[in-house]
Design a protein. Structure first.
Length: 240
């Protein structure tokens, strides 16, 4: 029993000595740096107004992450336009970008566009019959992509144009309604989307965004080929 107590006491003593030694070494390492910092502040002259303004300008010119949320309007191209010729006024887009090299940003883009069109009484051909009635067509597009963007001009510029490229996937679902019948198809395809836009400062950290994106996708639900579409975005970009 005494042997066990002695071992525990010895272990505690060793741990206490090791802790104290580490604390002393840490203080010895930090003290010169703190002293040097104090000497620097004591010996340095206070900044003039011009120097302070220059330092603030340099800090403001540094690129920071960009977050954009906006309202998206789209128009089908090719087979999607043949399926639904009306533009989509139901859409949104969110992009998250981080500065990589100078004015080049990399991040993610996610969005949605809902297309809708109705027409008068038409005859819809089935495999073994035909149905006549009012036709309703829907198409929902959900793109998710990696985004690389190069922004021109300096951060403090009033207007900053940019170009970019998105690569990812797009899920498109189409639905056709006629009388009491529903025909639905969906497809997941590759997405390649070049973009071009412009940013305009509203304040130091808030910008208005206007951009155009052409979404080329290999998604082909049902008997339709690639359902590509072009998008116009109006949004706000935050760069705090």
């Amino acid at each position: 029993m005494r042997s066990s107590v002695s071992k525990r006491d010895a272990t505690r003593t060793r741990l206490w000595c090791a802790t104290m030694s580490a604390a002393v070494l840490a203080c010895a390492a930090v003290a010169p740096a703190a002293q040097a910092q104090r000497l620097y502040y004591e010996q340095s002259d206070p900044l003039t107004d011009a120097e302070a303004a220059e330092m603030n300008e340099r800090a403001y010119a540094r690129e920071l992450p960009m977050w954009t949320i906006g309202y998206s309007m789209s128009l089908g191209v090719g087979d999607l336009n043949d399926y639904i010729g009306s533009p989509s006024f139901r859409g949104f887009e969110i992009t998250l970008l981080w500065p990589a090299v100078r004015s080049f940003f990399a991040g993610l883009a996610f969005g949605y566009n809902g297309f809708y069109e109705t027409s008068g009484r038409q005859t819809f051909q089935l495999q073994s019959a035909a149905v006549t009635g009012k036709l309703y067509r829907y198409a929902d597009a959900w793109p998710l992509a990696l985004l690389g963007r190069y922004v021109f001009m300096q951060r403090q510029s009033v207007v900053r144009p940019y170009v970019g490229l998105r690569m990812g996937m797009a899920w498109i679902n189409t639905t056709t309604l006629v009388t009491d019948r529903t025909f639905e198809d969906s497809s997941l395809g590759f997405l390649l989307a070049p973009e071009a836009g412009i940013l305009g400062h509203l304040s130091k950290s808030v910008m208005a965004c206007l951009s155009y994106t052409f979404n080329f996708t290999t998604a082909s639900p049902g008997d339709r080929d690639v359902l590509s579409y072009s998008s116009l975005l109006l949004g706000l970009t935050l760069q705090p």
